[in-house]
Design a protein around this ligand. Sequence first.
Ligand SMILES: [Zn+2]
Length: 325
Amino acid sequence: MEFIVFDLEWNQPEGADEEVRHAIPFEIIEIGAVKLDKELNLIGKFSQMIRPQVYKEINWRIRKMLNLQPGELEKGRPFTEVAEEFLTWCGSDPVFCTWGGQDLTELQRNLAYFDMPPLAEKPFEYVDVQKLYARKMGEKRQFSLESAVDEMGIEKDVAFHRAFSDAYYTGMILKALPEDIRRTSAAYDLYRLPGSREEEIYLRSEDSYTFYSQGYDDRNDIINDARITTIWCPRCGGPSTKGRFSGDMSFATGGRSLKRRIKWFGHMGRTMHAAGICPEHGPVISALKIRTAGNGKYFAEKTTSCASREEYDKLTEQKQKSDAK
Ligand SMILES: [Zn+2]
């Protein structure tokens, strides 16, 4: 197993037709990556330019940000060639690591657009270094890579905003993060939704779990599915197994299901909430988002967490306001 920390640069269309834009909203023009061993030592580098074939005119902002030299992109090779070389370089058992989740999505969209085999047939675990870093900082917002590099005191020896350098810095941050943070949260790439109930994902930490459902054709089927609307106490939850990198992953819903004292409320298009009280562990709040997958299906992302009495009371108030409307 090796960690593949990668970063992409892409071009955005100007005036392309709607259908093409939908299929490939961003065309990849550069792939940069570092390969790290289990101890996170740097053991390989990858950097290649890609000559665009869909959006040949490079957006001026992107040209400026990347500091592209005249003729540099024209020397690039076609996406299919570079992507194949990259995926071979990644080896048979890569754990992908990125700054945020978008690079994995765009890589898969580009693979699909150019009729290449998918990265995987179902959701897979990856390491979102941006998310881990936010966890270290104790905040939920998205930090910029450069601010993280500064804060962690990593030497800025290569320029930012090129695929290789950004991948390199992301790798350095991953390595510099405390081990307990690195183990806390797995991220899942959901470009392909779970194809069945068996493939559904339960990501568990000590006092919360996040569930990703399979796809549904109709949003109403999600909120009418008791399996999804039931709240389980995260601490009373069933058996769990160790993930290969990130701690507990699978979570059987064999734990204690709670009576919903605050019934589901909120907009289906945003986040819905419900809450119960575990006799042993106190208030438990569940947040449900109905998201749309790349294939147009709907799926549930539900995070259930142990909460404080204040949080529970605040939610009670919100519920009362919502009922009064
Ligand atoms: Zn409990």
